[in-house]
Design a protein around this ligand. Sequence first.
Ligand code: IMP
Length: 438
Amino acid sequence: MSVTIVGSQFGDEGKGRIVDIFCDEADMVVRYQGGDNAGHTVVIEGEKYQLSLVPSGAIRGKIGVLGNGCVINPKTLFNEIDGLRKRGIDPEIYISQRAHVIFPFHKVADNLEEVAKKKMKLDAGTTGRGIGPTYEDKAGRRGIRIGDLLDKDLFWKKLEYLTQKRREMISEVTGPVVDEAFDLEAIYREYCAYGERIKKGNMAIVSGEFITEQIKLGAKVIFEGAQGTSLDIDHGIYPHVTSSNSSSGYAATGSGVSPKIIGQGEIIGIVKAYLSRVGTGPLPTELEGDFADDLRERGGEYGTVTGRPRRVGWLDVPMLRHAARVNGFTGIVINHIDVLAGMGDIKVADSYEFRGESIRVLPPTTELWGECQAEYRNFSGWPECDWSKVAESGYSSLPKEAQKYIDYIASEVDADVIAVGVGPSRSETVLKRRPFNW
Ligand code: IMP
């Protein structure tokens, strides 16, 4: 049985915390796309864990799988694993042999491309982790996969070609390249050592086979999408997106299981009660000034990976309707309800004014979305509460105004509310139902 968890906005909706709660009943957590661009924070008994590649559940003793749709920076992965070991946690992690590998020159390419695009306002505001160029090499059929690191001769052959190709591509822009990120022999040595470590730890698998077998044996599996639907390369705000499909359809392709497994399970959209994003691009409900600063501070809206202050805005419901259709939500979780408490009345964009008409869904292109003016609906705000008590007593003890807000969102996306986040820690979650027991 499976539960797929996806972001319904721009990432940073608090997926990690929800995966952390739901994985109590799971045996395995699978990442199916993205790489160390994804930051998730989990707080356990006051201890904060910030991870980017290790799936959230792995710190609770669950099996963690990085599927074939992921791009892996082995240096980050092993740093995270070693950091966790120092804190007394020994995560069990497996990596698909078909997952692609991020090299130092991918980061150089990522940053150069951003600088070039910035002049034309076409930059994505990337995390600079080399994600886009690694997926480019995958699509260009010259990428190097985890399985290649296990065969030193084959790896050398592929690396020689790829390093030369990347060097040529970059020198066309910058002139001759002398960066150590292109030092073939040094990269070879470093990555052979990662290959050895992967081999020794029996970490390399065929993820589709491994997961399917476990499910046949009765395993409960969480598929954890990174980023969010508005950052999906096909369904997001292109080109201000990441380079993979974060939506639920890719949970199958990016892990190698049948779409039936995903479709027969639950698909949960994580919604932040307002909007935040780190990257560039239009944002019709964007807030500015003191109110935005206040919201940013209260919500701790600074990127987990880059530390950049996030842009903030009111909830955008056309964006949620789009996400609900793309992903097929069976349920939603609404996070950060506590952050809006005591901030006065709340607005949501229920529709947009677009070229003289009122529309309820996203227009087809990002440029047209940039023309949209939010048509707001007002909700009464709710007061500060003792949120741990609220979480203990259940949904009906949420302030009535907050319930009205939550019920409105659920009805617009036609999905049940499964949980409501009212604070950063695990205990500050109002649970309506447990997804593996519905
Ligand atoms: P990239 O994934 O580093 O190529 O960045 C592309 C876009 O996705 C940028 O707007 C990033 O800020 C955004 N992005 C990537 N990963 C995350 C994430 O985990 N949370 C929020 N935004 C992200």
